[in-house]
Design a protein around this ligand. Structure first.
Ligand SMILES: [Fe+2]
Ligand SMILES: [Fe+2]
Length: 473
């Protein structure tokens, strides 16, 4: 019986990978894969390592598991495989989670791997390491896998799997950048739905914590992220982390955390550790300039005070966000002011500031009624497009090119590029702003402590048993 299931699983994986490479709405294939849910329910995910020589993996395991490892090879028949053992960590109240980091990967190679729990093997998956500095990433936000019941998990997981297949048909993707609200209530079942598509096991899947991920406690369980930095006041569910890919440094911030001091120290350390990397990209959940819901504007105002000076001081090229579900591309901004507009189709050379993007949601359209286009610092989009958009970002040493598509549409919706010449001199952050920011950051840190206490109470009220100290610091 087990052997029959194994053969079926391998067949399904091959079929789905083939479907993933073509623009299909492969609902029937997804149904078959869902039925074979022993594999899909493990929540196997591959995430970036610290750089291209590493990949991080995690998956759920039964509570009585005693060992976990990955077998990996450059040969599809798994000849000369090597075994990399993992760490066993606790899932919330019960099962275990495997966390494995595979190092010493070679650029421009295809790797095949299986995840092993005690002596039980997963299907075989594969991934590519990129050569040189050019690669393509998929940037999305607000996937909102929703576990109101099994049907909603399935519907939202299938919609996301469809979007991944559509995006993969347009580009040779190697990385997923997901700017938060992966789940609606932060539940394990939702993260299992998130990792339903086999593409979450062949593309490095970088996530950032959103306000909805913070409604439960499972976010840190399914993740295995590199260079994590909890700072002084991280939330129970996670902190900041960074990784390098090609010539880009990705700084992933927990924007639920108002501790400007933590964010400042984290970005400074990461930038100092990677001084020669050309592009600096921040990914975080909360949009600073793109919000179009009036009550969100006060939250954005506070976050702008805390975070925009960090983008200015460290010359961040691009900030990828979500939260509002309204697609937008900001002006090039520095010190809150417009340096230049971003025209559709344009190339911005030596920007002199930062572009802030909001991706629309993957499948959760906003009811536009009562919402108003808010910011006058937006160059493209805003009030109309709230779901089924995604962005392919091509990175190279020469340029970052962002191209936005609607699922299933033939033509690109928006496209623009950023370039920098070798003699580009970024704006200098003034000493006055530095002193003022330090003060604001400290106030934000005090606020974050009280915010975490409030969140701790909310989680307790929802029945979660968590440690007070871990929830606050
Ligand atoms: Fe959202
Ligand atoms: Fe959100």
């Amino acid at each position: 019986m087990k052997k029959t299931r194994k053969i079926l699983s391998v067949f399904m994986a091959v079929l789905l990978l083939a479907l993933s490479a073509t623009p299909v709405h492969a609902v029937s294939a997804w149904e078959l894969y869902w039925a074979d849910s022993e594999e899909a329910a493990r929540g196997i995910i591959m995430q970036p390592g610290s750089d291209e020589t590493e990949r991080n993996f995690s998956w759920y395991m039964p509570a009585d598991t005693t060992s976990c490892h990955i077998e990996i090879s450059t040969n599809p028949l798994m000849l000369n495989e090597r075994s990399v053992s993992g760490e066993i960590t606790e899932a919330y109240q019960g099962d275990k989670v495997a966390k494995v980091t595979v190092s010493d990967l070679v650029p421009g190679e295809t790797y095949y791997y299986v995840c092993v729990t005690d002596d039980e093997k997963s299907d075989m998956y594969s991934f590519d390491t990129v050569e040189a500095d050019s690669f393509s990433a998929l940037y999305i936000s607000d996937i909102h896998i929703t576990a109101d019941n099994e049907d909603t998990v399935k519907d939202t997981a299938f919609a996301f799997a469809d979007l991944l297949a559509d995006a993969n048909s347009r580009a040779d993707l190697n990385l997923i950048l997901s700017a938060g609200d992966q789940a609606t209530d932060g539940l394990r079942r939702e993260y299992e739905g998130l990792t339903f598509s086999p593409m979450s096991r062949s593309l490095s899947f970088a996530t950032t914590i959103g306000n909805h991920d913070r409604k439960g406690v499972d976010y840190p369980c399914f993740n295995n992220l590199p260079n994590e930095d909890d700072g002084m006041v991280s939330s129970y569910q996670g902190g900041n982390y960074w990784f390098v890919k090609g010539d880009a440094l990705f700084l992933c911030l927990d924007s639920n955390n108002a501790s400007g001091t933590d964010h400042y120290n984290f970005v400074k350390k990461a930038v100092q550790a990677n001084p020669d990397i050309k592009w600096r990209v921040v990914m975080m959940h909360h949009d600073l300039y793109g919000g179009s819901i009036e009550h969100r504007e006060s939250e954005n105002e506070l976050l702008r005070l805390l975070l925009a000076p960090i983008m200015d001081e460290f010359n961040i090229d691009l900030v990828l966000t979500g939260h509002s579900h309204h697609y937008s591309v900001s002006d090039v901004l520095y010190n809150g002011k417009t340096v230049s507009k971003v025209e559709n189709g344009a190339t911005i050379e030596n920007a002199g500031g930062t572009i802030y993007m909001v991706s629309a949601s993957v499948g959760r359209a906003r009811d536009a009624e009562g919402e108003i286009p808010y910011s006058d610092r937006i160059s493209i989009g805003m009030d109309e497009y709230t779901d089924r958009l995604y962005n392919i970002i091509d990175f190279s040493s020469d340029a970052i090119t962002v191209t936005t598509y609607e699922v299933g549409a033939e033509d690109a919706f928006v496209s623009f590029s950023i370039t920098k010449t070798d003699d580009y001199e970024a704006p200098q952050f003034s000493i006055f702003r530095k002193i003022f920011s330090k003060l604001v950051n400290f106030i934000g840190t005090v606020y974050a402590v009280f915010n975490n206490i409030g969140k701790y109470s909310d989680l307790k009220e929802d029945g979660y048993e968590i440690d007070f100290g871990e929830a606050i610091f």
